[in-house]
Design a binder for this molecule. Structure first.
Ligand SMILES: NC(=O)c1ccc[n+]([C@@H]2O[C@H](COP(=O)([O-])OP(=O)(O)OC[C@H]3O[C@@H](n4cnc5c(N)ncnc54)[C@H](O)[C@@H]3O)[C@@H](O)[C@H]2O)c1
Length: 444
């Protein structure tokens, strides 16, 4: 049975969720506060780049199953289910900023005060355990004068999609988690996912909230774990890649998220781990593993600078080429990117930085601006005059670089592989001083 859905917040998660629900026959109204986003969506264009999304959006528009609006109240009034997919950023101290969630909850509460039908409110944003019931439910009750379970339904339905694979992840999920206050709310949300073959987990809202945080924290912890092992491998003269392969073949461990490097970044892992850690401290039960995960990740980008110093010595006056600025390949997202602390440290030590990235330069310029930082579109321009290079983001085009080209273009001969994408032997053969995270120094 097609459902009428209002999707409040049409960013990464809201747009992908809204478009995918529409592609499965539901009627979706996307709500946002940014007029250009709303216009673009109504013209059948996606404000974000995500493979497969534009085709689905265009199709949904043609079939009249998706529209976008700035008018939240009218979208809420006509919907059976109201999804909240607004941002939940970190505050300065790492704790979660729920102001967007609160604002939307007030709007929903005021709007449903005078409606007669029973609507179900679903939190899709990543929120700290307890938020759906204690914040969203409470505000809606106060504003609407209605009781949850009687006047409106309430659920939490976390999202596990990955940027760059969002549509695929949404349409073919590993699991769907629905944390509802009662079976009626659960069944309402479940009806949206009739098409899905994945297991559906019925939980409480708080459990659903924690499942999302625990999943991200576990993956982040896996990365910090292999990075710690990598730093130790360097002392032992063994290669972390061999260790990762050796443990990853154990099906209880799996090889995923076991690539050592300059640390994790992006819009989710750092903020979610910090928010859960901060919440655990507030509750007086500090999650020590999360603190360590964050500490390791804070130090890890600087490991590339340490390797550089071991080869070059004093960095003052040296020219360092940086390959890759975005937090991961295939995105221009610079949030919490490892390139930021690396470049800041190089500048602090008196180096000159020449940086490149296939698409993230405009965003990088907003964060990293200094007379000693210069940006170039072409790799060759970055390598010219460079005493050393640090590979920070593993873009495919950097994988293809030949050591002989690097050798002929660079002034110096030091290569720091911050993501372990190159073959050390090949680089050594061409007379380059190659150092990689998790690989002991080559003995001469
Ligand atoms: N991006 C991811 O990969 C991902 C994955 C899973 C979960 N999440 C979580 O989902 C939530 C949303 O993340 P996102 O990446 O989609 O954020 P986003 O910044 O891409 O999008 C949020 C959208 O909400 C809009 N908005 C803000 N206030 C609004 C309001 N009052 N009314 C209507 N719209 C409003 C913004 O204009 C923006 O378009 C966060 O809690 C995030 O942690 C994100």
């Amino acid at each position: 049975m097609p459902k009428k859905v209002a999707m409040i917040g049409t960013g990464y998660v809201g747009l992908v969720t809204g478009v995918c629900f529409a592609s499965k026959g539901h009627d979706v109204t996307c709500v946002d506060v940014i007029p250009e986003k709303v216009e673009q969506i109504n013209e059948g264009k996606t404000p974000i780049f995500e493979p497969g999304l534009e085709e689905l959006l265009l199709n949904a528009r043609k079939e009249g199953r998706l529209e976008a609006t700035l008018d939240g109240a009218s979208a809420i009034k006509k919907a059976e289910l109201i999804f909240i997919a607004v941002p939940t950023p970190s505050k300065e101290d790492g704790s979660i900023d729920l102001s967007f969630i609160e604002e939307v909850s007030h709007t929903i509460g005021k709007t449903i005060r005078d409606v007669t039908d029973k609507k179900t409110v679903v939190v899709k944003s990543t929120v700290i355990p307890g938020t759906t019931e204690k914040v969203v439910g409470r505000i809606i009750e106060e504003e609407s004068g209605k009781k949850r379970g009687i006047g409106f339904g309430l659920a939490m339905n976390p999202e596990f999609l990955k940027e760059g694979k969002a549509v695929e992840d949404f349409l073919d999920p590993d699991r769907i988690v629905i944390g509802a206050i009662d079976s009626e709310s659960f069944n309402e949300v479940k009806a949206l996912y009739e098409w899905a073959e994945a297991p559906i987990l019925e939980t409480s809202p708080t459990t659903a909230e924690l499942i999302k945080y625990a999943a991200n924290s576990f993956l982040a912890m896996k990365i910090s774990f292999i990075n710690e092992i990598a730093n130790y491998c360097e002392l032992l003269g063994v290669d972390v890649k061999d260790v990762a392969q050796g443990i990853g073949l154990d099906e209880r461990i799996s090889p995923k998220f076991l690539r050592a490097g300059a640390g994790f970044g992006g819009s989710c892992f750092p903020k979610d781990v910090a928010a859960l850690y901060s919440h655990s401290k507030q509750l007086g039960r500090e999650l020590i593993l999360l603190r360590s995960t964050l500490e390791v990740n804070k130090q890890q980008p600087l490991r590339t600078v340490e390797l550089l110093r071991e080869e070059v010595g004093d960095l003052s006056g040296k020219t360092i080429a940086i390959l890759g600025l975005a937090f991961k390949p295939d995105t221009d997202d610079m949030r919490e990117a490892a390139s930021i602390p690396i470049i800041e440290q190089l500048i602090k030590e008196g180096a000159r930085v020449k940086a490149t990235d296939p698409i993230a330069i405009p965003n990088a310029k907003k964060i990293l601006s200094h007379p000693n930082i210069n940006y170039y579109d072409k790799i060759n321009d970055v390598l010219k005059e460079a005493d050393a290079l640090i590979l920070v983001t593993e873009w495919d085009e950097y994988r293809q670089l030949s050591p002989s080209d690097l050798k002929s273009l660079m002034k110096g001969d030091v290569v720091i592989d911050g993501r372990r994408i190159w073959n050390p032997e090949l680089f050594h053969k061409h007379g380059l001083r190659y150092r990689g995270i998790g690989l002991g120094k080559k003995k001469n």
